[in-house]
Design a protein around this ligand. Structure first.
Ligand code: C2E
Ligand code: MG
Ligand code: MG
Length: 763
């Protein structure tokens, strides 16, 4: 954020200055170009002028030729003054032997040209025909330094006659340009063909013999115009060079580069000022933006720090709150929940228990003779003992259960979702056994305590936790009275039942061998025509000592001790046998629903047993409906689906029993090969009360139908419930309203009659 403005400013400054520099460069280039063009013009005019002057010398050679040819009066014209030619100072004629024939001066000899004639002799010796000119260097004598000796040879009828010599007054020539404004640092120079500077004018003064003789100069003289260093001086200047036509002389017009650039200096200054002003603006903006960004960053940083601090305080507060809650809700000695938390947790468990078919129980645990130990061995030993007991009790429970210490030696547990009262008894028995084991080395003491446990069941012993606790407490005193180190149910009848459960569990295998089990059948009725649509096979144990025992008492035990598979196989066999018998006697058959326990669904033998049974008795598989519960899908759903697919393919119809007590949705169930949904009786029970159950049932029926499932309701006890279900579109119903489960012989007349029209339409 801070680097942004700096980067931008650097970019802008680079742009501004590169613009200015390129503009200045452009201006300079233009000024030089202008100067070059200007110089070129002047050089051109001057060179033209010089040519004309020299041309006149060619004219004078004609007069000289005439003179040598005998025309004496021609001589009269060969005087520059007489000719009115101010460019030349003197004219002299030499014959072919270099003898002076005539001079316009009063002198008798012209030694000044001797050197030139000698040079000319050499140069013209082998090219006699070329009428040309030899240009000499100015004389050493300063007063005559402006005079450049020239020599021209002349001929008559191609016959070499002699030389015409003259002094060209370069001073006069250059003075013509003194009025021309060339600008400061400008010069006009006349150079000979060897690059020797003959004369120079800088617009104000004229100078000669500056000794400038440079081959490079001569080279440049041939290349027109350019900027290069002035020979002998080194300063750069813009040169324009123009050779005089036909004559070995060149006019060089130049101007120092620095002087040219001085002309545009104000412009350049303006640009630089402008760039400086803009740069200052950019820098100012950059600084203010950076300062702003820095300020914002500081504010942001401060805010982040504050926010972090706030968060830390919130967390600290939360932790302290949690700690405070933990201290307030837990027993400091054992770390178990205290009475307060127990009440809270129990309330939430019990609200869920309303829907559950499983058992919930409150167990009140009290340690026998704890007070004596505490008093005699001290609180420290007492505390250690309580901690040991707490951890042992915790070990007897499952994750979903709750255990709390109410103070002193009182512990309370809430046991949730157990299959049977027998299971509650088993947990209590385990507690008695585990807590009763010796506690070694409690501050050097080996101790043994036994608990007395009172049990109250939900909902029969109480609908709320206070009542349950009160009744569990009462039961605990019963346990103490019964001799301590044992447990007692609040419901006296259950105390004998707990014993009964143990008896049943041990006697089950023998009962199977002794054929003590039998099947009762309960009719299922179609709501559209009140015809008998099926039967449900429900197992019973005809106990020699205890009479008829219902499956709720022993199926959970069988599931636990593994006998459920054998029991299930027996039921299928018994149902098939019964159907065969009815068929033999010509009694009409309806499909019979057989309950399959979740434990059986994990057993691959199930498929083989069912198929073998229908094949063996030659029964259509459609005559068997298999009732499974949602809990089947809990473990290994893929395996269950595979089993169900094989069974459905064989022709068995699959039904979800107790629908609504599990956690699966219809959408989930629809993914499995299921044909029927059996709505659990807890929903039917309250259908007429304003509990929303009617809505649940009606929407389940509607949705089930949409998914192509047929719906049966169980536990229908009243006509009102039947009417509600009929209105909601339920397909079949089962319940005491039409018939209680009954023995095969009692069911036979119904099978023969085939309907319940009388009962259904009655009233
Ligand atoms: P379920 O499959 O839901 O069977 C229906 C239970 O509801 C039966 O109890 C039946 O007597 C009872 N019932 C029928 N109509 C009414 C009614 O109108 N009101 C009320 N309150 N109850 C009614 P049952 O025979 O005691 O069976 C209890 C459970 O035991 C069955 O529930 C089923 O889950 C299991 N069970 C029964 N037979 C077998 C079996 O052969 N194998 C397995 N694995 N489980 C079985
Ligand atoms: Mg059933
Ligand atoms: Mg059921």
């Amino acid at each position: 954020m801070i680097l942004g403005p700096i980067f931008l400013a650097v970019l802008l400054l680079a742009l501004i200055w590169s613009l200015v520099m390129s503009r200045i460069e452009e201006d300079e280039k233009l000024a030089i170009q202008n100067a070059l063009a200007n110089n070129k013009n002047i050089a051109h005019v001057a060179a033209e002028n010089l040519s004309q002057v020299l041309e006149r010398m060619t004219l004078y050679t004609k007069l000289a030729a005439d003179y040598v040819g005998g025309e004496r009066k021609a001589l009269a014209y060969l005087n520059p003054t007489l000719l009115g030619d101010r460019a030349y100072v003197r004219l002299a004629i030499f014959d072919r032997n270099s003898q002076l024939l005539h001079t316009s001066s009063r002198a008798k000899a012209e030694p000044g040209f001797a050197n030139l004639i000698e040079q000319a002799g050499k140069r013209w010796s082998d090219s006699a025909a070329i009428p040309s000119i030899v240009v000499g260097h100015p004389p050493e004598d300063a007063s005559e330094a402006w005079r450049i000796p020239l020599l021209l040879r002349f001929s008559a009828q191609n016959d070499f006659q002699g030389y015409l010599a003259a002094y060209l007054d370069l001073g006069y020539f250059l003075r013509l340009y003194q009025g021309v404004n060339l600008g400061t640092g400008a010069r006009i120079e006349i150079i000979d063909e060897n690059g020797f500077q003959l004369a120079e004018s800088n617009g104000v003064t004229l100078s000669v013999n500056r000794g400038i003789n440079s081959a490079a100069y001569f080279q440049k003289a041939r290349t027109g115009s350019d900027v290069f260093a002035r020979p002998g001086e080194g300063t750069l200047a813009a040169f324009a060079l123009e050779k005089a036509k036909n004559y070995p002389m060149t006019v060089a017009v130049s101007r120092d580069r620095d002087e040219i650039l001085k002309d545009i200096a104000p412009n350049r200054q303006r640009y630089v000022w402008w760039a400086l002003a803009v740069s200052a603006g950019v820098l100012l903006t950059m600084f203010s933006m950076t300062a702003l960004a820095y300020r914002q960053r500081r504010i942001h940083h401060a805010l982040t720090v504050t926010e972090r601090e706030k968060q830390r305080l919130i967390e600290q507060l939360e932790n302290e709150k949690n700690n405070a809650y933990h201290i307030a809700s837990h027993d400091h000695l054992t770390g178990l929940p205290n009475r307060l938390l127990f009440a809270e947790m129990s309330a939430s468990h019990l609200s869920r228990a309303r829907r559950s078919r499983k058992h919930y129980a409150t167990l009140f645990v009290d340690l026998d003779r704890f007070k004596t130990i505490n008093d005699s061995l001290g609180h420290r030993v007492g505390d250690l003992l309580l901690q040991t007991v707490a951890s042992r009790l915790l070990g007897c429970l499952r994750e979903a259960d709750v255990i709390a210490r109410f103070g002193g030696d009182e512990f309370v547990a809430l046991v949730t979702e157990v299959e049977s009262v027998g299971d509650v008894a088993a947990i209590a028995a385990k507690m008695v056994e585990t807590v009763g084991e010796p506690c070694r080395n409690l501050d050097g003491h080996d101790l043994e305590v036994r608990p007395s446990i009172g049990i109250a069941l939900y909902p029969q012993d109480g609908q709320d936790i206070e009542t349950l606790l009160k009744h569990a407490d009462t039961a605990m005193y019963e346990a103490k009275r019964a001799g301590r180190g044992t447990f007692r149910f609040f419901d006296q009848a259950l105390n004998s039942k707990a014993g009964l459960h143990l008896e049943l569990e041990h006697g089950m295998r023998r009962a199977l061998e002794n054929q003590e089990f039998c099947i009762h059948y309960q009719p299922q009725v179609g709501l559209s025509d009140f015809r008998l649509s099926g039967l449900e096979a429900l197992i019973r144990w005809n106990h020699p000592k205890h009479g008829l025992i219902f499956p709720g008492e022993f199926i959970p035990l069988a599931e636990e001790n593994g006998l459920i598979s054998a029991l299930g196989k027996w039921v299928v066999e018994a149902v098939c046998l019964q159907l065969t018998e009815w068929r033999q006697r010509g009694i009409p058959l309806v499909p019979v629903a057989v309950n399959i326990s979740a434990r059986q669904m994990n057993d691959m033998h199930l498929v083989r047993e069912l198929c073998d049974a229908v094949d063996h008795y030659e029964l259509a598989p459609e005559l068997l409906k298999l009732e499974i519960t949602e809990s089947c899908f809990m473990n290994h759903p893929e395996r269950v689906v595979r089993i169900l697919e094989i069974l459905a393919k064989k022709g068995f119809s699959i039904e979800i029993d107790d629908y609504g007590t599990g956690f699966s949705s219809l959408g989930y169930i629809k993914m499995f090969p299921v044909h029927t949904i059996k709505i659990d009786r807890t929903f039917i029970k309250n259908i007429r009360n304003d509990t929303g159950d009617l809505e649940i049932v009606a929407s389940t029926i509607a949705l089930g139908h949409k998914l192509g499932l047929s719906i049966i309701a169980e536990g229908v006890e009243t006509r009102e419930q039947m009417i509600h279900l009929k209105t909601a579109g339920c397909d079949d119903i089962q319940g005491y309203y039409f018939h209680r489960p009954a023995s095969a012989s009692d069911i036979e007349p119904i099978l023969i009659r085939g309907d319940f029209k009388h009962d259904g339409m009655a009233h």
